[in-house]
Design a binder for this molecule. Structure first.
Ligand code: AMP
Ligand code: ZN
Length: 467
């Protein structure tokens, strides 16, 4: 537990200021909702910068001794190629691109996302909820908005009437008068430029792969309603922190707030936090632009996923970060040096982290998650004159926040002791002979000696156990 006197300051985009964090439910869990991936393709490294920022936030909350209930959605329907309700459904488009069904690509890219976050050492959410598993909740939400007079019907769907809310767009400080004045001619049947779809009708002439019956006709939910409905289902009407990338401020989060405010009268979350973009050569990184960088592409070039995690720690989440291969090389060097310096330090279970360094580190991460300065303290610790086991214990505490897996890391050149190699060999033999009882017994022996054995199609890998 961190010193309770250390304040945790977080930048709340709703207030546009740093605010001291205190959980709404004192002694209870911190409710955290983070907008998840749209699973029509792989996520790119820009997306993962945002997920890594959210993981840093979660780790800092845990470091402060809070329990966290983390909910993340998976958008597998309703996100159109333009965030503003025009264009094609990204899932149906992805299905056409790959020749698979929309359901198949949703499953494929959700799994790819789960694999990537594991590789990046991102703590998994407590609830990972698919939009398509929550259609009844979304329909009930829209029906309630309709009963309260916030909706209208056009020929292609049910829309939210943003003119009904005096403070619509407050999060983004939207200039509504300016938007009205500049109304484009292609407003179509929408009454106001900022109105957005709650339910879209299936086209009459064709059948969609993903569609449902509703009180308004066959169709599918708009993108924003899933987050309002699922956040409410898993975290209640008003919870602690809602996050996403900076692009969500003007449209997606603005509309989530509008819906929830209209239905229950709260603005959904107490804190609204946003990760700023990762740029590629100073330009926007977009999946739709064809070639894009994913974690797999870094691995193909010989980088470990955790190198990207280290790179993200070198920039504050509230400034944009430009991705370059040189920057990634520098991160790879930093991570390698930190690992080997850490592993050269002897373990002594009886020593504790250095209190003054821990205090300074806590102050930095509690100052709106200042990871770059926290990283500098880690280097200072490694280079300083503390007794080696104390350095190690201190770094191990810091890594609870960094998530670089320092303790678990095994050097590729660490020799495997011969007796361990012999047990592993015997176990592989027992497995091959289908003598599973013997194989299990030998696995337990390995565990006891501090090693784990992972079976692979072409053999096995031995790793040192993490604790
Ligand atoms: P999506 O899969 O498009 O729904 O995006 C998943 C998350 O990544 C959202 O929180 C986005 O705001 C965020 N995001 C999208 N592009 C970038 C980028 N270039 N840098 C950082 N975050 C991004
Ligand atoms: Zn969302």
């Amino acid at each position: 537990m961190t010193d309770p006197r250390t304040q945790l300051l977080l930048y709340d985009n709703y207030a546009r200021s740093l605010r001291e964090f205190a959980p709404l439910d004192e002694g209870g869990e911190v409710g955290l909702y983070t907008c998840g991936p749209t699973v029509y393709d792989y996520q790119h490294i820009g997306n993962y910068r945002t997920f890594l920022f959210e993981d840093l936030l979660k780790r800092v909350l845990l470091f402060h001794g809070y329990r966290v209930r983390h909910v993340m959605n998976v958008t597998d329907v309703g996100h159109l190629t333009s965030d503003a309700d025009t264009g094609e459904d990204k899932m149906e488009k992805g299905a056409r691109r790959t020749g698979k069904s929309a359901w198949e690509i949703a499953a494929l890219y959700t799994q790819a996302f789960v694999d990537d976050i594991r590789a990046l050492n991102i703590l998994p959410p407590d609830v990972l909820s698919r939009a398509t598993d929550h259609i009844p909740e979304q329909i009930a939400f829209i029906a309630d908005l309709e009963a309260r007079g916030y909706t209208y019907r056009t020929s292609d769907g049910i829309y939210f009437d943003t003119s009904r809310q005096a403070d619509y767009g407050y999060l983004a400080r939207l200039d509504r008068a300016g938007l009205e004045a500049g109304k484009r001619v292609d407003l179509g049947e929408k009454r106001n430029p900022t109105d957005f779809a709650l339910w879209k009708f299936s086209p009459i002439e064709s059948t969609r792969q993903m569609e449902w019956e509703s009180p308004w006709g066959r169709g599918f939910p708009g993108w924003h309603i899933e987050c309002s409905a699922m956040a409410q289902r898993y975290l209640g009407d008003y919870f602690d922190i809602h996050c996403g990338g900076e692009d969500h401020i003007p449209v997606h989060h603005t509309n989530e707030i509008a819906q929830t405010e209209a239905r229950v009268g709260t603005r959904l979350a107490n804190f609204w936090m946003h990760g700023y973009f990762l740029l590629a050569n100073d330009a926007k990184m977009a999946k739709s632009a064809g070639e894009f960088l994913r974690i797999g592409a870094l691995v193909d070039r010989g980088y470990e996923p955790l190198t990207f995690r280290y790179l993200c720690l070198t920039g504050h989440y509230r400034t944009q970060l430009n991705f370059t291969w040189d920057a990634l090389d520098a991160a790879a060097t930093g991570l390698a040096r930190m690992r080997s310096a850490f592993h050269a330090l002897p373990v002594d279970a009886h020593v504790e982290a250095a209190a003054d360094l821990l205090e300074r580190f806590t102050a930095e991460v509690s100052d709106d998650l200042n990871a770059p300065r926290a990283l500098a303290i880690a280097w200072e610790t490694l280079r300083g004159h503390l007794p080696a086991p104390v350095k190690r214990a201190t770094l191990a505490r810091f890594d609870e926040v960094f998530g670089l897996g320092l303790v678990d890391w095994v050097s590729a050149d660490e020799p495997i002791p011969p007796e361990i190699a012999a047990i592993a060999k015997a176990r592989a033999k027992a497995r091959k002979a289908k003598n599973f009882a013997e194989a299990d017994r030998l696995r337990a022996d390995l565990q006891e000696a501090g090693w784990t054995m992972e079976d692979r199609a072409d053999g096995y890998v031995l790793k040192r156990r993490s604790s």
